[in-house]
Design a protein around this ligand. Structure first.
Ligand code: BMA
Length: 311
């Protein structure tokens, strides 16, 4: 019998390229937010140039999504975004901060990959705020509130001499960021040994901030992307209270095992519900969107019960 932290929605995959009213090759790695009782999904799609854009789909139940007729966010046309989004925009994450939905996404260009920040208040129009990292960052999630008077994010800089790890960074205004430190590293010969990165924006619970991250393991058959969980202290999120030693989700369904990139489950969003459940969303094999549910308390307990050192 397998341990199950996540129950897959029986109607998976919930969104595929065939559902999208404009030509796309993939629908994956979506951020999701609940707004006035409706679910808004910002999903990444590869075009047949190999570059990515971001689309929008809406749902009343969090499982059945209707895509909008046109993409929501395509590479910026005005400087400085034009220069840094030339190769595409990818992997959006949505966090509600002080009444606005902030979107962090990867901006690709001839200069590398960096994180851009945009915001919307209505999922109709979107406004770019700033480019918030230099190059060599591609996963950043915002906490939904100021902590200790500062905005906080988890990010994942690239490195040649250390396996790619999760860092924490602070800002007075969401534009200027600093005071970074590494807080969580992969563990050798472990499911996340090759690299880790933030997944869904952190979720506030009574026992700490729950972070769902991705971890990668190299095999003779290529890399395998799985999801894990960590719990951060509420008042000082740089302090990790526990990292669950086990993965919570791995590629198993056929559309997670085979696709645009095989053997990938990759999350950019999860929605906590009032009844203590979590709706978790992930890209299957970089090709389709999938959903499942989990119990928030069970994920929090897993961080504390099967804990391994964060560094
Ligand atoms: C990562 C990113 C993700 C992708 C994953 C698996 O490096 O590119 O967007 O889902 O690889 O291909």
């Amino acid at each position: 019998m397998k341990r199950r932290f996540v129950t897959r929605f029986p109607g998976n995959p919930i969104l595929t390229p065939d559902d999208i009213p404009y030509p796309v090759e993939t629908v994956h790695n979506a951020g999701v937010a609940k707004y006035h009782g409706r679910y808004f999904m910002l999903f990444r799609s590869h075009l047949d140039t190999g570059r990515s854009i971001i689309g929008l789909a809406e749902s009343t139940d969090g499982f059945h999504f209707a895509p909008r007729p046109k993409p929501f966010l395509t590479p910026g046309r005005e400087s400085p975004f034009r220069e840094y989004e030339e190769f595409g925009v990818e992997d959006p994450r949505i966090t509600l901060v002080e009444g606005a939905y902030y979107i962090t996404y990867s901006a690709y260009s001839r200069y590398g990959v960096r994180i851009a920040l945009a915001k919307t208040t209505d999922f109709e129009s979107v406004e770019r705020v700033s480019l918030i990292t230099q190059a060599d960052y591609r996963n950043t999630v915002l906490f939904p509130e100021k902590i200790g008077g500062r905005y906080v994010r988890l990010d994942r800089p690239h490195s040649d001499i250390s396996p790619w790890s999760i860092w924490i960074t602070y800002s007075p205004d969401l534009v200027y960021w600093g005071d970074s430190r590494v807080i969580m590293k992969p563990v050798p010969y472990h499911w996340d040994e090759m690299k880790i990165g933030p997944g869904a924006p952190p979720i506030k619970t009574g026992k700490g901030w729950l972070s769902i991250y991705h971890g990668v393991f190299p095999t003779m058959d290529g890399a395998v992307y799985r999801l894990g969980v960590a719990l951060h202290d509420l008042a000082d999120p740089a302090r990790i209270l526990g990292v669950c030693d086990r993965w919570i989700l791995q590629p198993e369904d056929p559309w997670e095992v085979v696709g645009y990139v095989h053997n990938v489950v990759f999350t950019c969003g999860a929605v906590p519900e009032d009844d203590g459940t979590l709706k978790l969303y992930w890209g299957g094999a970089d090709k389709v969107m999938c959903a499942g549910t989990a119990l928030i308390d069970e994920l929090v307990d897993a961080c504390l019960t099967y804990s391994r050192p964060p560094l």
